[in-house]
Ligand binder design. Structure first.
Ligand SMILES: [Zn+2]
Ligand SMILES: [Zn+2]
Length: 637
């Protein structure tokens, strides 16, 4: 059974009553195009599909990168390259152009190369880069696995025009991307790649093992390991070998792979912002990976490190924007020192202009996060003075402030001589969004009351980092009061489970082969489950509820992959338990036409269903709807 995190709304019941939920403007900041990284293969050594690797995936190494100017770079061509090739072709509008960086020619990094379909398309142009060994050239090694003994098409018969480039340590450019290469510590010649573009930096360091590591040793002490850490300096994202744990490393020295603890330590030394652990051991189950990640995160928290870590998963997308000084302390300036870490949230100041004391309590709680300072004022002029005397990372204020209202404070900040104040994110807390006035005043975004601590915290962190929080609450439907009255009239909320509903969720889960199926009813502040198959819980807050989106739209909603959906990618039910990756919700209506909730299906892996099957799920939702309405019909009769 899976379990949901307890809802945070319960932490402050007195406050919850006073603050009603509406919506936040989805568009947060005027943003430049992002650098987009997508993982297509994260397994090391051997492809390992199967039930125990569903969430993180079974394909071997392959990462896709799209620069803000649109350049396409692929790093390594393990079995993940097959899916990537198919996805590229599906979206192609003409002959394709791209570059492939190969770290080394072990099978798990090149096996997908002959299956990368765009190479067979006439008119395509591909540049392949990789380390030049002592013996064969990169081209010869790749041609080797495409001899007739192994594969029906030889390298000379590819449709696209392909150029090969043998690399050594150094720097070169691909369009708008500056690339620096560095040899890694692996049994064959292997290159790490540092890619810098538009103020963001991504390092790919796989496969690699420590130059020196004793059992029980914590921080890297060897000069060459420091040198490796320097290669990662201040990167926005490092994709690092983490195949092993320290406990396993003793027996696997010389295999060329890193313990996760080592990866984390060199990342911290280097002031890395985000680290993706990859090259997962083929024997590592999803649950075991979760546990390893948990222990690294606990360790980072104990050390008050601001480095974010995650275990890379097939299909996962990471977007990076030029938001900080990351690249300025790059390799060329040789300015790296151990203490040069530039934590993202640490030492930021949030100025809160909030007169309502209960609201101030909620926002203070939401702002309380690692290293963030908070200055509070209850009057507009004081907010202005504070902002001028100490540059804030975020200004968060009510629209109705005594002295000077929120929009006027914002206008003054935007016309200040200080460039920082002209650009600082300003968020207005209000009952309703005044879009036109806000845009005119230079407001960055709106936080619409009411909201939970959890919701505000996720968004405040994103505003400080000047990124988008990919978690949007469903708006309230226009007929909300009548809808709630219809729901209450059924007198079904908080009643015990009943077989007439449980048999529907059971059949739905079996039909779809999903672990979770629910009959969910959307109440004022929560969704409550009349029937829950595969979930050890009977309600969640409404802010988290996917089903609330269905209730708003009154239409079925299919989310094939939550990580690729801006409304859900950062939802706590996606990034934490039960790790929703696929969702399909079908509305159930009251006889009076109000939308009460859904029959919904949930999976922990991305899914697609043909329309005919979706129709069957819709039929099951109709059965649940009949059961819900049967009580009132009997009464009416
Ligand atoms: Zn490998
Ligand atoms: Zn290798």
């Amino acid at each position: 059974m899976l379990s949901f995190p307890r809802k945070l709304l319960n932490e402050l019941p007195a406050v919850r009553e006073s603050i009603r939920i509406q919506r936040v403007s989805p568009n947060i900041l005027p943003m430049r195009p992002a650098t987009r990284v997508q993982f297509w293969g994260t397994r090391g050594s051997l492809a390992r599909p199967g039930r125990r690797t569903l969430r993180y995936g079974g394909n071997t190494s392959c990462v896709q990168l799209r620069s803000p100017a649109g350049s396409l770079v692929i790093i390594d061509c393990g079995t993940g390259a097959h899916d990537l090739g198919q996805a590229l072709l599906a979206n192609a509008t003409g002959p394709m152009r791209g570059s492939i960086l190969i770290s080394h020619t072990h099978w798990d990094h090149i096996q997908g190369f002959p299956f990368f379909a765009p190479l067979f398309v006439r008119g395509g142009q591909w540049d392949i880069y990789g380390p030049s060994g002592l013996g064969q050239s990169l081209r010869d090694t790749l041609a080797g696995q495409m001899q007739y003994t192994y594969f029906p098409v030889t390298l000379d018969e590819l449709g696209a025009s392909v150029r090969f480039h043998d690399l050594v340590e150094g720097s070169f450019e691909i369009d708008d991307i500056q690339i620096t290469t560095r040899y890694l510590n692996h049994p064959v010649l292997t290159l790490g790649y540092r890619l810098e573009m538009d103020g963001t930096c991504i390092v790919y360091a796989c496969d690699h093992e420590p130059y020196f590591r004793k059992p029980g040793q914590r921080a890297p002490v060897n000069e060459r390991d420091r040198h490796h850490s320097e290669f990662l300096a201040n990167a926005d994202l490092v994709i690092h070998d983490a195949q092993l744990t320290d406990a396993e490393y003793g027996g696997k020295k010389g295999w060329g792979h890193s313990p996760v603890e080592y990866a984390s330590e060199v990342g911290q030394m280097a002031g890395v912002k985000q680290m993706a652990f990859t090259h997962h051991d083929p024997m590592r189950t999803d649950d075991a990976l979760d546990q390893i990640l948990e222990s690294v995160r606990t360790d980072l928290m104990a050390k008050k490190s601001s480095m974010q870590v995650f275990a890379a998963a097939d299909s996962q997308i990471v977007e990076l924007r030029n938001s900080s000084s990351t690249h300025r302390a790059g390799l060329n300036e040789r300015s790296f020192t151990v203490s040069a870490a530039a934590p993202a949230l640490q030492d930021s100041t949030v100025i809160m202009g909030i007169a309502d004391t209960r609201l101030a309590v909620v926002l203070a709680e939401a702002t309380r996060t690692e290293g963030v300072r908070m200055s509070h004022a209850s009057e507009g002029n004081s907010v202005l003075q504070m902002a001028k005397s100490y540059p804030p990372a975020l200004v968060l204020m009510e629209d109705q402030l005594p002295g000077l209202d929120g929009l006027s404070v914002c206008k003054r900040l935007r016309s200040d001589r200080d460039e920082h104040l002209q650009n600082v994110p300003v968020v207005i807390v209000a009952e309703h969004e005044k879009t036109d006035e806000g845009t005119a005043a230079g407001v960055t975004s709106w936080l619409i009351k009411p909201f939970s601590v959890q919701y505000a915290r996720a968004h405040i962190q994103a505003w400080i980092l000047r990124s988008a929080c990919r978690w949007a609450r469903a708006p309230l439907p226009p007929e909300e009061n009548a809808r709630l009255a219809a729901l209450r009239e059924l007198a079904i909320l908080d009643t015990p489970p009943e077989e007439r509903f449980d048999r529907i969720t059971r059949v739905a889960a079996a039909l779809a082969d999903v672990p979770i199926a629910l009959v969910s009813l959307v109440d004022q502040d929560r969704q409550w489950f009349k029937s829950c198959y595969g979930l050890d819980l009977n309600e969640t807050s409404r802010e988290l509820a996917f089903c609330a989106h269905v209730v708003f739209s009154r239409k079925s909603m299919i989310v094939p992959d939550t990580l690729q959906d801006d409304r859900f990618a950062d939802n706590p039910l996606v990034i934490g338990g039960p790790r929703i990756r696929f969702y399909a919700g079908f509305p159930v209506f009251h006889d009076d036409g109000s939308c009460l909730g859904t029959l919904c299906l949930i999976d922990t892996r991305p899914r697609q269903f043909p329309d005919a099957t979706l129709q069957l799920f819709g039929d099951l939702a109709c059965l649940a709807e009949q059961e819900l309405n049967s009580e009132t019909r009997h009464t009416a009769a």
